[in-house]
Design a protein around this ligand. Structure first.
Ligand SMILES: Nc1nc2c(ncn2[C@@H]2O[C@H](COP(=O)(O)OP(=O)(O)OP(=O)(O)O)[C@@H](O)[C@H]2O)c(=O)[nH]1
Ligand SMILES: [Mg+2]
Length: 404
């Protein structure tokens, strides 16, 4: 397999910034179909790493758009929702055909290699009519493998029920080459101030898709493992991002958070969620040991103390909120580092003392704390009259810029 890239990239398609070095030229073209709002674009965003427009409202995606993943040798083709409306359905079919004819085939590509059909896991309804419509849309690609992504699979207890419902609905549609049904959470889902559902299933969907394609079978195990780890890191960063926002909100109370337990449920949820993303089995005492470690609270206390000294006039709730946010970010990053060390055999998760020490060291090493203190010191004028959320955003933006 040729590992050069870029040659077959189609004009006008969106490519995530840092395409991995070893992406093979043989890119798989995956057509993403499903009803409007099912979560097609959100799924693509989680796989490609590119900016994809998502959101509420009827029929957000209007044009067929390809996105090349920065991790997987997959080009996801985003489409308009397959609505009940026959004319809209015809438009989708027309757009897809035009696209494959004009763009993919011209480049000597075989067209569509697989279809991801998105079914919303929360809707509790799978209409036969929609499956038939999808089947009609893909008729031109004889026997193309179809993967059902049960999107927004937030509830673990409903997963099996949903899988069975999809199986039942597809059993009546014999001409669809159904390969696998995979529950997916593409983006972190926040249930309340301390409960979050972490992303899942995205790597399983990509792997299953690659596994059914001859060309992709030639990808070395080493490259596959790298792709899986990259995808997991992406998901874990999404979870850390949501948790950080929650940390800022929770931290906005005047009691210094390192001395109270207000942030603990969120810290537990974040740690547990990241380990789960990486498929690391843990016993309850490991998470409690990480979150309860004295090094961790010392880092939080020292940062809060240093910041308070620098800007004594800023409301303590704002200070607390900002530091709490950065603390959650740093904890997330440390647990991601731990998970990768466990997955690559560098650390044994059973050795709790080593694990706690590792996380503590990573947390202490995180440059964000020093940056926060010096930002407050150097730019007291920038924070005047701003809310904790605004100050947090300002410092985070400056920190990201400083890393570039
Ligand atoms: N938290 C969370 N929200 C999701 C997930 N998947 C989809 N959503 C939300 O569901 C809504 C619709 O998602 P989109 O990805 O825009 O749906 P779509 O299928 O592309 O919709 P159209 O472009 O209108 O056809 C958005 O508000 C998303 O944020 C998920 O895994 N987690
Ligand atoms: Mg969309």
């Amino acid at each position: 397999m040729d590992f050069e890239k870029a040659e077959e990239i189609i004009e006008g398609e969106v490519i995530a910034e840092e395409t991995s070095e070893c992406i093979p030229v043989e890119m798989m073209n995956v057509l993403v179909l499903g009803n409007s709002g099912a979560g097609k674009s959100t799924l693509i965003k989680a796989i490609s790493g590119a900016e994809v427009e998502t959101g509420i409202g009827e029929g957000l995606t209007k044009e067929i758009t390809p996105y090349v993943s920065k991790t997987w040798p997959i080009r996801c083709i985003d489409t308009m929702g397959l609505e009940f409306d026959k004319s809209k359905q015809r438009k989708v079919i027309k757009q897809v055909k035009q696209f494959t004819k004009n763009q993919l085939k011209e480049k000597g590509n075989d067209g569509i290699d697989a279809v991801w059909y998105c079914v919303e896991g929360t809707s509790k309804r799978i209409f036969q009519y929609n499956i038939e419509m999808m089947s009609k849309t893909i008729k031109s690609w004889k026997n193309v493998p179809v993967f059902v992504a049960i999107t927004k699979s937030f509830s673990e207890v409903e997963t099996e029920e949903n899988i069975n419902a999809v199986k039942e609905a597809f059993a009546k549609c014999k001409d669809v080459n159904l390969q696998k049904i995979i529950p997916v959470v593409a983006e972190t889902y926040k249930i309340n101030e301390e409960t979050i559902v972490e992303p899942k299933g995205v790597d399983a969907l990509c792997l299953a898709t690659l596994d059914c394609m001859d060309e992709a079978k030639k990808i070395s195990e080493e490259n596959k493992n790298r792709m899986i780890l990259e995808q997991k890191r992406f998901s874990a960063n999404l979870l850390t991002g949501t948790s950080t926002t929650m940390g800022v909100a929770i931290g906005a109370i005047p009691i210094p958070f390192p001395d109270s337990t207000i942030l603990v449920p969120l810290e537990i949820a974040l740690t547990k969620g990241i380990l789960k993303i990486y498929g690391i089995e843990t016993k309850g005492d490991l998470i409690a040991a990480i979150v309860g470690s004295t090094t961790i609270s010392e880092v939080a206390r020292a940062t809060l103390g240093a910041v308070t000294k620098v800007v004594p006039n800023l409301a303590s709730s704002a200070l607390n909120a900002v530091v709490a946010g950065f603390f959650v970010t740093a904890l997330g990053e440390s647990v991601i580092a731990l998970s990768e060390a466990v997955c690559t055999g560098k650390i044994d998760v059973e050795k709790i003392d080593n694990v706690v020490k590792f996380v503590g060291e990573k947390l202490k090493e995180n440059p964000v704390f020093e940056f926060v203190v010096s930002f407050f010191e150097e730019h007291p004028e920038l924070i005047q009259g701003k809310s904790a959320k605004e100050i947090f955003g300002l410092i985070l933006g400056a920190f990201k810029n400083s890393k570039k």
